[in-house]
Design a protein around this ligand. Structure first.
Ligand code: MLT
Length: 316
């Protein structure tokens, strides 16, 4: 009998995938502490996590029986891939299921920050009616810079055409033709920084992308730029962003993801003309079912046939 541990309140539909197999037992739990994981994992062949569970080297080293780690979502920065590799554990993700939800949230955040919707909401709730202090900017005729034209970046680009916004993008692996298919014009980073009114990042957090937008990049941006991040905390250097907000170079930010989650009392939050959400880009019913079922099917197939798909690290 194969045993699979599903953590982080993964959707019921993912458990149903395993229940269809007589040879797999699925155990669904919430988010466990490191100690709880270490004490449990010796009895499991696979574990599925969302982002709250950090599979550190110490936890992975305790996985004497685990052969597969499944990530119900895209980012694998919460999993120590080299430890998984050293222990012969294959790591797979579910890249398709939450693309649309994250793209839609990004569009919402772009509108939220340019039209100051969170601020306006607070004002009305506080029984204030200071409309003249809430002047926003239109997206019509403006330029959106997309950093990373992968699955989510493309869907954001496609949707932003509805606002008559010009979309430019940087991506080292996408061709100009592919970019055009999504209505984006491929440019160099300098042009994107200098000409975009709104910049949105859609790249994973890697050694190359960590802090890729810092003080020197912000200095090259338009005065009054808006920055959006629904990808991964750390792609924008958070301290540099705070400095940009303080100097007025950045008009506002719309942030869903943080270097530390939860971020605590971060200096970003003293900037009212911004909107912050708690990593909810993929928090829709559709996306959670999508990523849960997608990764459950891959793990079930791997356990039964040894066939793996969307391997993102560890033993391949
Ligand atoms: C992802 O990487 O799939 C999203 O950021 C959602 C999540 O982390 O749960």
């Amino acid at each position: 009998m194969f045993r699979v541990l599903l953590t982080d309140h993964i959707t019921r539909e993912a458990v149903d995938v395993f229940d269809a197999y007589d040879s797999i037992e699925a155990v669904a739990v919430g988010t466990l502490t490191a100690e709880e994981l270490v004490s449990l994992l010796g009895d499991f062949d696979a574990i599925i996590v969302r982002s709250p569970t950090k599979l550190t080297r110490a936890i992975i080293e305790s996985c004497t029986r685990v052969k597969y780690i499944g990530r119900a979502g895209v980012g694998v920065d919460n999993i120590d891939l080299s430890a998984a590799d050293e222990h012969g554990i294959t790591v797979m993700n579910a890249p398709g299921g939450n693309t649309i939800s994250t793209a839609e949230h990004t569009v919402g955040m772009i509108l939220g920050v340019t039209r100051r919707i969170a601020e306006a909401d607070r004002m009305v709730r506080q029984n204030r009616w200071d409309r003249k202090t809430l002047r926003g900017v239109e997206l019509h005729g403006k330029t959106l810079g997309v950093v990373g034209l992968g699955r989510v970046g493309r869907e954001v680009a496609r949707r932003m055409h509805a606002f008559s916004t010009e979309v430019i993008a940087v991506d080292p692996v996408v061709t100009a033709e592919t970019a055009e298919d999504y209505g984006a014009r491929l440019v160099g980073l300098d042009e994107l920084l200098q000409t975009s009114h709104v910049i949105t990042a859609h790249v994973p957090l890697t050694a190359e992308t960590k802090g890729m937008i810092g003080d020197s990049e912000i200095a090259r941006m338009r005065d009054g730029v808006f920055l959006v991040n629904c990808a991964r905390g750390g792609v924008y250097d958070e301290e540099a962003v705070v400095r940009g907000l303080e100097s007025g170079k950045i008009a506002g930010v719309a942030i869903d993801v943080y270097v530390d989650e939860p971020p605590g009392a971060h200096p970003l939050f003293s900037h009212d003309r911004s909107v912050f959400t708690p990593h909810i880009g993929a928090a829709t019913a559709e996306a959670q079912i999508g990523v849960g079922v997608e990764i459950a099917q891959k793990i079930a197939k791997a356990l039964i046939t040894g066939e793996v798909r969307d391997v993102v690290g560890g033993a391949t």
